[in-house]
Design a binder for this molecule. Structure first.
Ligand SMILES: *[C@@H]1O[C@H](CO)[C@@H](O)[C@H](O)[C@H]1NC(C)=O
Ligand SMILES: *[C@@H]1O[C@H](CO)[C@@H](O)[C@H](O)[C@H]1NC(C)=O
Ligand SMILES: *[C@@H]1O[C@H](CO)[C@@H](O)[C@H](O)[C@H]1NC(C)=O
Ligand SMILES: *[C@@H]1O[C@H](CO)[C@@H](O)[C@H](O)[C@H]1NC(C)=O
Ligand SMILES: *[C@@H]1O[C@H](CO)[C@@H](O)[C@H](O)[C@H]1NC(C)=O
Ligand SMILES: *[C@@H]1O[C@H](CO)[C@@H](O)[C@H](O)[C@H]1NC(C)=O
Ligand SMILES: *[C@@H]1O[C@H](CO)[C@@H](O)[C@H](O)[C@H]1NC(C)=O
Ligand SMILES: *[C@@H]1O[C@H](CO)[C@@H](O)[C@H](O)[C@H]1NC(C)=O
Ligand SMILES: *[C@@H]1O[C@H](CO)[C@@H](O)[C@H](O)[C@H]1NC(C)=O
Ligand SMILES: CC(=O)N[C@H]1CO[C@H](CO)[C@@H](O)[C@@H]1O
Length: 489
């Protein structure tokens, strides 16, 4: 039977109109990474309602399965990627039972029986191939993915979600610095083929992190202009192909690595991409703004790259949503400053998330601790001040004091005050956390100078601080923990 002609034509017209009038076709594939490695976090419900929903961010990638976060995302209509932490890979590789427990405890409850969290992907591991990890994690990643897949099939949930394996920016490389010689790192190339076979079998995309910032920071022979999508950057020519920015060059290096490995067609999702705003000389708000605009322009003009013309990454996840003051800084002091928003949910520069001229919505009615700071009392013998500050910094966040950062210009003892205050705020302004052997002093005068901000922390939000290292209300915490245990029983 042929369809009735006018009906047929009107369907075509409707489809065409939808395609043409849908300016959000790119926006729909734009997401953010949302990590919670912070001493204090905004309440997850506030992050979802203000930062995500009001800014029309429709996808988030998490690094774990934090119950409060997943609860807050329930019914939001936002597509979620949940994460299996690296430390769990070994046990998940070793046992199907462990994978079933993980699926039962951390996944099923959010997606079954009327639960309304839309989990699109389970990411197995967080950059398990990162070179600095050596072989701690990657030998277990495919086995863990296979076991989780088997557990999903047994739970009849395999059709609801895809399993992916996020690949670090240093898993692929090019000896000439040009895409045509791209390949996977030789120590992981066997495992990468197993990964790609698994993904192909389950029809899942390849999750890759791309980092022009790290390529530049690690001195991979690219200019700052090239990393920042600047028009005037000198192109890198690869025989007849010309690359105008680091993003396209890196993307095509990955395309070549995938092609050489035998998977030229696999879909790519950019699982992390961004530019930090503090903690290193070129980690600035201005540069991050330029980078993000360049990236969004690239995604929106849909020209693709020389090796995949007119083909766009399936999805792109900006790294990241918020600054996190307890992230590991083994990679560099900038690691705590990747957020589009500051720790308290205020945008650092305007971002055009939804192609409308609307301004970005910040977190509203944020609840802070009192307007109090801890500084060094310079009327007393300060011979121990530097040692005390160093000790404070080992626990608190002094990344803004590093060379080229926002508070690097503070001279001694201003930098001591900065360290004391960070420690004091992270400990919820407890009086005994501003002692420092008698050197600390509480003040109500904001010590911030110029671009160097002395933060006042957020009021602890019970939900996530439970996982953090500091907790203000031990009694409440104890009572709630006991209640939670009782509920579980
Ligand atoms: C992963 O698990 C499988 C099955 O139990 C086992 O044979 C293999 O040795 C494990 N891999 C590693 C690297 O331990
Ligand atoms: C993997 O790396 C080894 C060592 O560099 C190399 O000999 C081999 O050809 C590579 N295999 C693939 C499939 O790229
Ligand atoms: C560095 O990049 C430039 C292009 O900007 C190229 O001409 C030069 O050969 C590269 N040098 C190395 C060592 O890769
Ligand atoms: C690189 O390619 C562009 C465009 O194809 C061309 O204009 C430029 O002269 C080339 N540069 C070099 C150094 O070969
Ligand atoms: C960063 O920026 C400064 C100028 O602000 C420049 O001198 C320096 O070479 C840049 N590169 C790195 C890797 O620090
Ligand atoms: C400060 O204390 C140190 C010992 O901790 C002492 O050596 C120094 O003389 C004292 N300075 C002053 C000005 O009292
Ligand atoms: C400096 O610290 C040492 C060891 O904690 C202590 O004995 C000394 O009294 C301190 N000096 C001052 C001036 O506070
Ligand atoms: C730090 O001081 C130098 C020299 O006074 C100035 O050029 C620079 O802009 C200052 N940096 C910041 C972040 O305030
Ligand atoms: C503060 O500055 C002094 C002098 O420049 C330096 O020795 C000390 O290490 C700095 N302390 C911190 C916490 O950055
Ligand atoms: C974040 C989270 O809830 N993780 C849990 C996942 O499941 C394992 C046990 O299967 C728990 O130990 C984790 O706490």
């Amino acid at each position: 039977m042929t369809p009735h002609l006018p009906t047929f034509i009107s369907i075509i017209i409707i489809i065409m109109t939808m395609t043409l009038l849908n300016p959000s076709s790119v926006v729909n594939s734009l997401g953010v990474n949302w990590g919670t490695t912070s001493s204090h976090t905004l309440p997850p419900t506030q992050v979802v309602s203000n930062l995500l929903k009001q800014n029309k961010i429709t996808k988030v990638k998490l690094f774990d399965t934090n119950p409060q976060v997943l609860q807050a995302l329930s019914g939001s209509g936002i597509d979620v990627t949940v994460g299996v932490p690296n430390v769990m890979l070994k046990v998940l590789n070793g046992s199907l039972k462990a994978a079933q427990t993980w699926v039962h405890d951390n996944f099923t409850r959010y997606v079954s029986n009327g639960a309304k969290t839309r989990v699109e992907y389970i990411a197995v591991g967080d950059e398990p191939f990162l070179q600095t990890y050596g072989s701690q994690f990657y030998p277990y990643v495919v086995g863990a993915a296979i076991n989780i897949e088997a557990a999903l099939i047994r739970a009849k949930l395999a059709t609801k979600v895809k399993i992916v394996i996020p690949c670090s920016f240093d898993a692929f490389q090019s000896d000439s610095g040009l895409p045509s010689t791209g390949h996977f790192r030789s120590d992981i190339n066997k495992t990468m083929i197993q990964v790609l076979n698994f993904l192909t079998k389950t029809r899942s995309p390849f999750f890759a992190n791309i980092s022009p910032f790290l390529n530049y920071y690690q001195n991979k022979n690219i200019s700052l202009d090239f990393a920042l999508f600047k028009e005037n950057a000198r192109p890198h020519n690869d025989s007849h192909k010309s690359y105008k920015n680091s993003f396209e060059l890196t993307y095509d290096t990955l395309v070549t690595a995938l092609t050489v490995a035998g998977f030229p067609q696999i879909d790519i999702v950019i699982s992390q991409i961004g530019w930090p705003t503090d903690g290193a000389p070129n980690a600035t708000v201005t540069n991050a703004n330029t980078f993000t605009k360049g990236l969004l322009n690239h995604l929106r003009d849909k020209k693709g790259t020389p090796l995949r013309p007119h083909a766009m990454p399936l999805e792109t996840y900006i790294y990241s949503l918020l600054d996190e003051d307890q992230r590991s800084i083994t990679g560099g002091n900038f690691e705590r400053h990747w957020g589009l928003f500051t720790f308290d949910g205020q945008i650092k520069y305007q971002v055009d998330f939804s192609q409308s001229t609307k301004r970005v919505v910040n977190a509203q009615n944020v609840e802070y601790l009192a307007s109090k700071w801890c500084v060094v009392n310079n009327n007393i013998n300060m011979s121990n001040a530097t040692a005390r500050a160093t000790e404070a910094c080992s626990k608190a966040d002094c990344t803004a004091l590093s060379p080229g950062s926002s508070c690097f210009n503070l001279s001694w003892p201003g930098n001591v005050s900065y360290a004391f205050n960070s420690y004091y705020q992270q400990h919820d302004q407890r009086a005994d956390s501003c002692d420092f052997g008698g050197l600390g002093m509480i003040t109500t005068v904001d010590p911030s100078v110029g671009s160097c901000r002395f933060n006042v922390e957020l009021k602890p939000s019970f939900s996530v601080s439970l996982h953090g290292s500091t907790f203000d209300y031990p009694l409440i915490s104890l009572v709630l923990t006991v209640m939670l245990l009782l509920v579980r029983l």
